[in-house]
Write a protein that binds this ligand. Structure first.
Ligand code: AHR
Length: 497
């Protein structure tokens, strides 16, 4: 068996982890909202129409922040359509997904739902068809106590207390030709800067995210990011990144996606730091990876002008779960700059949770690595020195065959070690040296593996692809000999004495 060494030094802390890296995303897209989180006719729904079985599944993911209401949807959305008595709300065309939007779920329903789901809202404003003024009104409606037209309007709708949303996105993917009212970097940046000024005047405590490139493949990348930051540097707190991967017939490249994400993050960090230097600024621009996932976008089938049509209801395989695990290692290993990240999305539309409109909830394979890292990858992240081989991939060149992540939660007295072995043929014997953390007891070892990388979960076989608990090394130790089987994702947890 191949042998590798992994050394983790307590003196080599990368950063404390901002819990918001375990965020997710609910967009008015397909069945994410309607028949997803909101379904007044469903047997499990509460008095507000929120599916409690879906909330339970989300609670287990421990998601601290949820981005809403889009995504592409937001660029043609008038938030005012979704407030007030439901019978008076207009039905509109949603230009993003060519769907019918009934507006039965709006910003107030989202605020209530977020409380029940134990999460905070990250609100995107419409900078496509919307104006800076309308974005300001939304902030006033949501965050101002009382005494103005829009804050009093909220009170008249039954919400005495403001929602106090603390993070706001200045539009969505405005570099994309598919976006309603897409623009050039210069046009966007000026609109975003003026909107940012209004939003911070309304509530100085909020944080703002400017749209970065919607992918590395955009012809305008990374010029877009440079231009936007040059114009908005003082007004915003984050630049956003979006990144999706899909299997296109080459397993090795797909499993190496974690490496590509690291490269993307590195380029945006460098671009942001260039602007910081150019502007002689002390401020470090943080990164919000507010859309990431595996997404079979090429297989999308869109029906025109239907209400809550199934869109992008990808059924995720074991291989997709391994890729999601790898992407999580990259996100958390960059926790010094990536302070927010959103798994896109959460329910039904390219999501780990799938609902049957008349039945139950299914957890896809990708649910599990996210659940593990979100629950146990808290505290601080430490640099791993790993001496493994590199594998040749078609898309990304040579990529380390093992991706690892070590987190230490001092308050909980727990250390977690996550590892993805992308070698399709060989198991790897890893000597894990974590002696600087003292004596440790292995309390959990869970592996996701299987002979069939394309295996999926279904309502008939909901536990076909789930992590399996394996025997742990007995006794206290400071170094561990652990096997990372070929094409697997493994989580180890240790109690620190
Ligand atoms: O998450 C699905 C879509 O992907 C979002 O609406 C958009 O921002 C991105 O292109």
């Amino acid at each position: 068996m191949k042998k590798i060494q992994c050394f983790v030094s307590k003196h080599n802390k990368i950063s404390d982890i901002d819990d918001r890296v375990y965020g997710s995303f609910i967009e008015h897209m397909g069945r994410a909202v309607y028949t997803g989180i909101y379904d007044p006719d469903h047997q499990s729904s509460d008095e507000q129409g929120f599916r409690t079985d879906v909330i339970d599944a989300i609670n287990d993911l421990n998601v601290p922040v949820v981005r809403y209401p889009g995504g592409n949807f937001v660029s043609g959305y008038d938030w005012k359509d979704g407030i007030g008595p439901k019978v008076e709300r207009p039905t509109r065309l949603d230009y993003a997904w060519f769907s019918i939007e009934t507006n039965q779920f709006g910003i107030n329903e989202f605020a209530d739902w977020a409380k029940k789901a134990g999460t905070q809202g990250m609100i995107a404003v419409n900078l496509g068809t919307g104006t800076p003024q309308e974005a300001g009104y939304l902030a006033e409606y949501c965050n101002l106590q009382k005494g103005t037209y829009w804050s009093d309007k909220r009170i008249s709708h039954g919400y005495e207390q403001p929602h106090n949303f603390k993070v706001w996105c200045l539009g969505n993917e405005m570099d994309g030709p598919w976006q309603t009212c897409a623009m050039t970097a210069d046009e966007y940046a000026k609109k975003a800067r003026e909107t940012a000024k209004i939003l911070k005047w309304v509530d100085p405590d909020i944080e703002l995210v400017a749209c970065g490139s919607s992918s590395k493949e955009m012809a305008t990348f990374p010029e877009w990011d440079r231009t936007v930051l040059e114009i908005c540097y003082n007004e915003v707190d984050f630049i956003s990144l979006h990144r999706y991967y899909e299997y296109e017939g080459d397993k090795q490249s797909f499993l190496a996606a974690y490496h590509d994400l690291d490269d993307f993050i590195g380029t945006i960090k460098a671009t942001a730091d260039y602007v910081k230097a150019q502007q002689r600024s002390d401020k470090v621009m943080m990164l919000s990876l507010d859309e990431w996932n595996v997404w079979y976008i090429k297989h999308m089938d869109q029906k025109r002008w239907q209400w809550a049509p199934p869109i992008a209801e990808d059924v995720y395989s074991l291989m997709d779960a391994l890729v999601v695990g790898g992407l999580l290692t990259t996100i958390v290993n960059n926790a010094d700059r990536v302070k927010m990240a959103c798994l896109a999305q959460l329910v039904n539309a390219l999501a780990p949770i799938h609902t049957d409109a008349n039945g139950g909830v299914l957890k896809h394979a990708t649910y599990y690595p996210f659940q593990q890292v979100s629950n146990y990858g808290r505290g601080a992240v430490y640099k791993n020195t790993v001496d493994c081989d590199a594998i040749q991939t078609e898309k990304y060149g040579k990529v380390a065959e093992v991706a690892t992540l070590t987190t230490f939660d001092e308050a909980a007295g727990e250390l977690a070690f996550f590892a993805l072995n992308i070698n399709l043929d060989e198991d790897i014997d890893c000597h894990l040296n974590i002696s600087e953390f003292g004596e440790l007891t292995m309390i959990d070892r869970q592996v996701m593996q299987g002979a069939d990388l394309f295996a999926v979960n279904s309502f008939a076989e909901p536990s076909n692809v789930v992590p399996k608990a394996e025997t742990v090394t007995e006794g206290k130790a400071t170094q561990f000999q652990v096997t990372l089987p070929k094409a697997t994702w493994t989580m180890f947890r240790f109690r620190v004495q």
